[in-house]
Structures are given as C-alpha cells and as structure tokens.
Design a protein around this ligand. Structure first.
Ligand SMILES: [Zn+2]
Length: 296
C-alpha cells in the first residue's frame, strides 16, 4: 500500500495522508498546497495527483520550515515554477536549509545531522506573508501558531478546515515518544489554548488523522507538557547538566534515541529550562567548566 492516500475533507479541501500530511485547497482548477511533505517522493506524489485532477499548482504555503514540511518544495517548484509563501522568520530556513541542522546542533552540524529529516533541498520563497490574516490573493487565512518553531502558522480554509501544522500532537504519538519538539514553551501553551476555543472546524494535524473535537487532544498535549515540567523540577533538586537531565528523562520514559532525536530533545529540554528560568523556578550555575541547572 502506498504511503500516500488522497482524501477529501470538505467541498474544496483535500489532503494527502502521509507521514507528513499535505493539505490541498482547490478553486477553479488552481491548487494551493499546505506544506509539501517529507521529501522529493512526496512532491512526486502531489504532482501525480494534481495531474490526474487536471489542477494547476499555484502556490505552496509552508506552515513552518522544518524539513519534513518543505521536503517536496524543491521538486515541485522546479517542475511547476510555483510560488512559495512563508512567514519572515521561517523563510531563511527554506532558502538555506543548512540553517536547520546548524540551529538544532547550535554549531557546525555534524555530517550525521545533515540528513533529509533535518535538511531539505533549497527552494525559493517568493512571498513573505504575515502570520495572521488572508494569505496573498487566496481565500485562505493564516492563523499564527507560535511555539513549535519560530513563526509557525496554521491555514484555515473557507470550507471550515484548519490545518494545524505541528501545534498539536495526536495522543498515539505522545504515548510513544512523550517529549515532542518545542521551541517556545510559553507561546505554545497560549497557542493550544487559543486552538481549543475555536468551534465548528475540522482540525488536521500534520502528523495524524483529522479530528472534529479538539478538546481532548489539547488536554493531552497540555498534560504532557505539565508532566515534563514537573519531572524537570524534581530532577533539578540537585544541580544537573542539561545532558544529565535529558538522560534522566529518557530513562524515565524508556526512550531509545538516535542522533536527530538526541539534538532535537536536548534543544527541547533547553527550551523548557529557558521557560522555567523566566518563571523563576530554576537557575543556572557555573563551575568546573560546567553549567548546571538547579531549582530556586
Ligand atoms: Zn513536523
């Protein structure tokens, strides 16, 4: 069975279910894409599908710049010369994908980090869009969803579908992985609360099935974040380095991690610590060439 399944969600809204869902809104034969999938193969599948429908690809809207959301950009832009829209802080990562593994490692990225999950092929962002409001001349609306990455957006269609990018993680994934990548913990809490307050919308997360009622998913996401915060606070009762903290969290959740996950999770733990420092719950101390985190 193909990894890519085409599904209709509403009058004009479709999505290609895949490891990284791809949204499609069609009007008068023009197709607007919401993200482009995990790699070149995803792009190929999109094009095949659009050809079958006799639709023309007008625009790719990237919700954010993570490689698994922009992986089909380069292929599709080369084949169709389509436009690509993204917010100002996400666009540089799309134009220069080397920035993602560099950002994730906080250094020159080891060759092990320069893989398709963290580094897509470069493509050209033709339109910088605001994180809220109408997207260019399309009938689609951007919804600002800060937290997971620098300036992530969701995309809302006129026929009541909201593509929520990586703002909400389905319960099955949370149960398996526990710690999901976050850049800005405070903003993420606000984003998921805002999403919960919306009504009459079909929500489509990037990595899971569409859901009509979002309350449960928001609760599960929030509970897991609060659980991780409690765990961190219990672990910093004696001073620990961030690497020791991550190791303790992995032990607690029984997680086996690879190179990508190690760096992504280390970044996530640092983001939680930055949030807890602002909340005056932890402090960082230096000595013996170490930085350690301790409860305040
Ligand atoms: Zn993603």
């Amino acid at each position: 069975m193909s990894e890519y399944t085409f599904k209709q969600l509403s009058n004009h809204t479709y999505y290609i279910a895949s490891p990284s869902n791809i949204g499609i809104y069609e009007e008068n034969g023009s197709a607007f894409l919401i993200d482009s999938g995990i790699d070149k193969e995803a792009g190929r599948q999109v094009l095949k599908f659009l050809k079958q429908q006799k639709w023309e690809l007008a625009l790719i809207i990237n919700t954010h710049s993570n490689a698994d959301h922009i992986g089909g950009n380069a292929f599709l832009q080369k084949k169709t010369t389509c436009r690509i829209a993204a917010t100002d802080m996400e666009a540089p990562f799309i134009t220069f994908p080397f920035l993602e593994p560099a950002f994730v490692s906080g250094s020159y990225p080891s060759i092990k980090l320069q893989n398709k999950f963290l580094m897509a092929n470069p493509s050209t962002v033709t339109d910088i869009i605001p994180p809220d409001g109408q997207i260019l001349e399309t009938p689609l609306q951007a919804v600002h969803l800060p937290g997971h990455f620098f300036k992530m957006i969701g995309v809302e269609t006129p026929d009541n579908v909201l593509f929520t990018a990586d703002s909400l993680i389905p319960e099955t994934i949370i149960k398996k992985y526990h710690i999901f990548y976050l850049f800005d913990v405070r903003n993420h809490f606000e984003t998921i609360t805002m999403l919960q307050e919306r009504e009459n919308i079909l929500y489509v997360p990037s990595h899971g099935e569409p859901v009509q009622n979002i309350t449960d998913m928001v609760e599960k996401n929030r509970e897991k974040m609060l659980e991780i915060i409690d765990l961190i606070l219990s672990l910093v009762q004696t001073p620990v380095t961030v690497e020791e903290l991550l190791a303790e969290l992995c032990r607690h959740y029984n997680l086996e991690i690879n190179t990508n996950q190690y760096f992504l999770l280390l970044g996530t733990v640092r983001s939680y610590l930055a949030y807890l420092l602002e909340e005056k719950k932890v402090d960082s101390i230096y000595g013996d060439g170490n930085m350690k985190w301790v409860a305040r």
